[in-house]
Design a protein around this ligand. Structure first.
Ligand code: UT7
Length: 327
């Protein structure tokens, strides 16, 4: 059975940057509150004419370039997103069109902030089964398009971006994805939700008037679950991989809040210098947050061959998941 491996990484952030001071002009908030409570300093915002697939194509092209590969060598496109271009066709199909390739399968995975971990596990299964070899997996979000810019409790938290990886079979036995652990608890779905636009609440004048097409979050409740659940899922994935906490060379968690990231790092006994943080620069980009951070760490030379990397996420669903890999 071949082991699946991340061959290269790539990312894309929209040009427009919104700082905490910019937000002070829009809602009653302050740079001090946002920085202290979340660690966020700025976020990137897609332009009106940029859809999720536009961001994703840039990230995939950057990852292909790093791998020295052409789009036509891909066997599958996987997209983790909850802000797709359209409900259907999938964002994967729009990306395929923009990459100018035909016939290979493309589909979206909906697991919100855990989407990239769900995607890695899906890609891994396809590679290990021998069904596909070269897979482009991209986590992409345009949360600015579903943000209620009058709601200070959510609008300061999110940003747009895309992070991609190219996966393929590992050439040696030591490196690649060692383990995955996924979970969900649908009974807590109301904690982080976009209520309308689906079959439960189809779009009507009433859903529009009641602001039901924006994301809503019970932040404090989500916060309480986050550290506990990510710690549990990290430990399960580490155990399956046969890796001890002290042997984690790099921890990349979903980038939602610096307090959650720090707390998880401490509970897993990972020294601060081994915890990669981008929430200050990118804010919470949901399924794009881990691949954006991974590409940032990779390009800054923070990951060396042979390093044990733990990726762990948590989000709407509720969903969670962890992946342990050897670089
Ligand atoms: O990506 C999926 C996973 N998501 C997460 O992991 C997010 C988890 N949650 C969080 O990160 C935090 O709960 C938040 C950053 C969302 C909020 O931080 P908090 O420390 O839990 O604050 P809070 O919601 O308890 O609000 C504290 C106070 C409230 O005022 P009162 O009731 O104490 O008077 C809020 O009204 O802060 C107020 N507040 C704000 N003040 C200034 C809420 N938003 C803002 C704001 N600026 N933007």
């Amino acid at each position: 059975m071949p082991r699946a491996k991340i061959i290269s990484t790539g990312s894309y952030l929209p040009e427009k940057v919104m700082t905490n001071n910019d937000l002070e002009e829009i809602v009653e908030t302050s740079d001090e509150w946002i920085t202290k409570r979340t660690g966020i300093k700025k976020r990137h915002i897609a332009s009106d004419d940029q859809a999720a697939s536009d961001l994703a194509v840039e990230a995939i092209n950057n990852a292909l370039k790093q791998a020295g590969m052409k789009a036509k060598e891909l066997d599958l496109i996987l997209v983790a997103t909850v802000t797709p271009d359209t409900d259907f066709p999938s964002t994967g199909c729009w990306i395929q069109k923009k990459l100018k390739i035909k016939n290979i399968p493309a589909f979206d995975i909906s697991a919100a902030c855990s989407g990239f971990i769900y995607g890695l596990t899906t890609a891994r299964s396809f590679i290990e089964s021998g069904l596909y070899e070269n897979i482009a997996l991209v986590g992409v979000e345009t949360f600015s398009k579903i943000t209620n810019w009058n709601d200070r409790s959510t609008c300061v938290l999110f940003g747009d971006g895309a992070g991609a990886v190219i996966l393929g079979p590992s050439e040696d036995e030591k490196s690649g994805i060692l383990s995955s652990y996924l979970g969900a608890d649908g009974s807590k779905g109301e904690l982080l939700i976009k209520r309308a636009g689906g079959s439960l609440n189809p779009t009507t004048q009433k859903t529009l008037d009641n602001d039901m097409h924006y994301l809503e979050m019970e932040g404090r409740e989500v916060f309480k679950q986050a550290v506990r659940v990510m710690k549990r899922s990290s430990i399960k994935a580490l155990k399956t991989a046969g890796i001890e906490e002290k042997d984690i060379d790099l921890l990349i968690t979903h980038q939602a809040n610096i307090r959650i990231i720090d707390s998880l790092g401490k509970r897993l006994h990972v020294p601060d210098e081994n915890v990669h943080v981008t929430v200050d620069e990118h804010a919470n980009t949901s399924s794009a947050s881990i691949p954006l951070a991974l590409d940032d760490a990779n390009r800054k030379g923070k990951i060396k061959r042979g390093d044990n990397v733990l990726l762990t996420a948590f989000g709407s669903g509720l969903t969670w998941g962890s992946v342990v890999l050897r670089w």
